[in-house]
Design a protein around this ligand. Structure first.
Ligand SMILES: Nc1ncnc2c1ncn2[C@@H]1O[C@H](COP(=O)(O)OP(=O)(O)OP(=O)(O)O)[C@@H](O)[C@H]1O
Ligand SMILES: [Mg+2]
Length: 603
């Protein structure tokens, strides 16, 4: 899932959007450059005072006819200069500390807000939005990309102000102190600037590439860790390692390439400084001997010259971090401006009359640009309280069909109605609370069993929880844990069996007290006896709830009021077990293959 950059969006629009996340950190964001400016002023005045001090000392040492009075006067002047120098140094330190502190608060604050805003935005994403970016892509954007933006902002508010101020001030001071030597800068600065430009132009394409490689690397890690059990059971560790190393190597190789370019900046800088010292000493020496320049001024010239070159180099680094962050900023902008494909209606309905469902000429495809419809021409009426079995081959669109009821996806054509009203008219929370889905790929979260079940209803009493678990046949195994309902579940539900996990997920869905309950292959890992028990308790205790049971086993659906046979994205037939057994070829094939293979259906 790479590069969904909206190339047409101007950089200014992107920066404006990102800067909206500054919020409560506006003040430190403004204060940082102010304190940096004050610090720079201190640092620029200090060499002037040092020059005066050196000249005073020099005058004293060069004076052959020194008297006590002259010595006392000179000492007094030295004390005055020291008295000026010390507070300047202290101010410089304080301003430096404050600017550093404000810069950290502002940049870290921005990154916190950005992560918060992105996370909030992702919560509004529909399944379609999530499909577009892939989980690993979202993780890289919310972690690595935000980090690069944070670093760039820190550099911009500190160095981007400091650099130009320092360069201008140093150059002006050099001109004032030694107009005769000003030309040396005209030689050196273009050399340094050209070298930095070369470095930036060479390095930036590498950084653009590295982010895509990071996505690939994270994608590999995510897939491997999520599927670690499968990897191990198929003894695919070596293969996985090879894939991981390939991606890690791509990231490493590109960083090495970038570093090889970056290290050029050091020798270039050293060369520029030595060149400056050589030129200034050679020509400056003549001026000092002629009396056209003092030693103090010469010394300050050197300080300003070096300061100017360093500032230029730091500015180059800022440009590099901006280059690195440019890609990140675009990737973050995409998330922040992504339009959720499923939104609440402006005047939503908060009441669902009953659990009846209508599919009117429904067709659906996962991507607008896709050629093929995943589901086509579905017309169906389901009465409230009916139990509907759905059966069909892998990829026949069983999940796709039921996912339209709770608006996990919206129809491409036609309407899905619940309680006689288009699902789009309902408040999304109301709809999803009333249409409880046990997804095919379901997960449990780290926490106690009770915590997990309360995802269904956070106010559920202990009695309600136990009742739901009894209906889902989960109570029997929960009570075998020493700590019962307080038993801790690990992230993803890895410390319970597949069948136990499915039963907990069913109980969690029941706790919503839904009008419609959808079990998408949710008892596939449950033994047939328990499966039958669950269905029997549904019949007895929640007869008014409309129930969908998607299954591969005929035994799971045969006692449903009606069974839908899906084939290649279309409804092939609808009927009772007996009717379908007489009339539908797919159902017959399925039935006979299962009875032949597994003996009795109700074993
Ligand atoms: N998120 C998705 N993005 C794109 N295509 C998808 C997506 N989910 C499913 N499909 C495609 O839609 C078709 C129907 O898939 P669906 O998951 O509904 O099948 P299913 O009958 O539930 O299969 P199974 O028995 O394996 O669960 C398949 O061709 C599948 O590849
Ligand atoms: Mg499915």
């Amino acid at each position: 899932m790479k590069n969904k950059t909206k190339n047409k969006t101007s950089y200014w629009t992107i920066v404006k959007k990102i800067s909206q996340s500054v919020r409560e950190f506006k003040l430190p964001m403004i204060l940082t450059p102010i304190f940096v400016g004050l610090e720079v002023i201190m640092e620029c005045i200090i060499p002037i005072v040092i020059a005066m001090l050196i000249d005073e000392l020099n005058g004293l040492s060069q004076n052959p006819a020194i008297t006590d009075e002259i010595a006392n006067q000179a000492m007094q002047n030295i004390l005055i200069y020291c008295g000026i120098l010390l507070p300047l140094a202290v101010f410089s330190l304080v301003f430096g500390l404050l600017s550093g502190r404000f810069a950290a608060t502002a940049s870290l604050g921005l990154s916190r807000n950005l992560r918060h805003d992105m996370f909030e935005k992702i919560q509004t994403f529909s399944f379609e939005n999530i499909d577009k970016y892939a989980t690993s892509g979202l993780v890289t954007r919310i972690t690595t990309d935000v980090y690069y933006v944070q670093m760039a902002v820190m550099n911009i508010i500190r160095i981007a102000v400091r650099g130009p101020m320092m360069i201008i001030f140093s150059l002006v001071m050099c001109f004032v102190l030694a107009p005769q030597l000003w030309w040396t800068f005209l030689i050196i600065i273009p050399i340094v600037a050209a070298a930095l430009l070369f470095i930036i132009l060479k390095a930036s394409p590498i950084f653009v590439r590295v982010f895509d490689e990071y996505d690939d690397l994270n994608d590999r890690i995510e897939k491997n860790i999520k599927g670690i059990r499968v990897v191990k059971s198929y003894v695919r560790s070596e293969y996985e390692k090879k894939l991981f190393y390939q991606r890690a190597k791509a990231v490493r190789d590109d960083f090495i390439k970038a570093d090889k370019i970056f290290v050029l900046s050091n020798p270039v800088m050293q060369f520029a400084i030595y060149l400056l010292i050589t030129l200034c000493t050679y020509f400056g020496g003549t001026y000092i001997l002629n009396g056209a320049m003092t030693i103090g001024n010469f010394n300050s010239l050197m300080l300003y010259g070096v300061q100017c070159l360093f500032s230029l180099m730091m500015l180059g680094q800022v440009l590099i971090s901006i280059t690195m962050a440019t890609t990140s900023v675009k990737r973050i902008y995409e998330i922040l401006t992504e339009v959720p494909t499923i939104k609440d209606n402006d005047n939503p309905i908060f009441e669902i009359k009953d659990g009846s469902i209508d599919f009117d000429n429904v067709s659906f495809k996962y991507k607008k640009e896709a050629q093929r419809y995943a589901l086509s021409d579905v017309n169906l009426h389901i009465n409230s309280g009916e139990t509907i079995g759905i059966i069909g081959g892998t990829g026949s669109a069983k999940s796709t069909l039921v996912n339209l009821i709770s608006r996990l996806y919206d129809t491409t054509e036609g309407e899905v109605k619940v309680g006689g009203i288009n699902v789009k008219e309902y408040d999304l929370t109301t709809l999803r609370n009333n249409v409880s889905v046990v997804l095919q790929k379901n997960i449990l979260f780290s926490g106690s069993i009770k915590d997990n079940l309360r995802w269904g209803n956070e106010n559920a009493s202990d009695e309600e929880i136990i009742h739901a678990c009894k209906l889902a046949c989960a109570d029997e195994f929960i009570m075998q844990f020493k700590d019962g309902y307080n038993h801790m579940i690990e992230q993803g539900g890895t410390n319970v069996s597949g069948g136990q996990k499915q039963r907990l997920c069913i109980a969690r869905a029941l706790l919503k007290n839904p009008k419609i309950l959808i079990l998408d292959d949710s008892t596939s890992a449950v033994d047939t006896k328990t499966d039958a028990k669950i269905r029997a308790s549904f019949k007895e205790y929640i007869p008014e709830v409309t129930k969908f049971i998607i299954a591969q086993r005929i035994s799971s659906v045969e006692d449903a009021d009606r069974i839908i046979v899906m084939n290649d994205g279309k409804i092939d037939a609808v009927g009772t077990h007996e009717q379908l057994l007489k009339t539908n070829q797919i159902y017959q094939e399925c039935y006979y293959s299962q009875t032949k293979r597994g003996g009795s259906l109700n074993d």
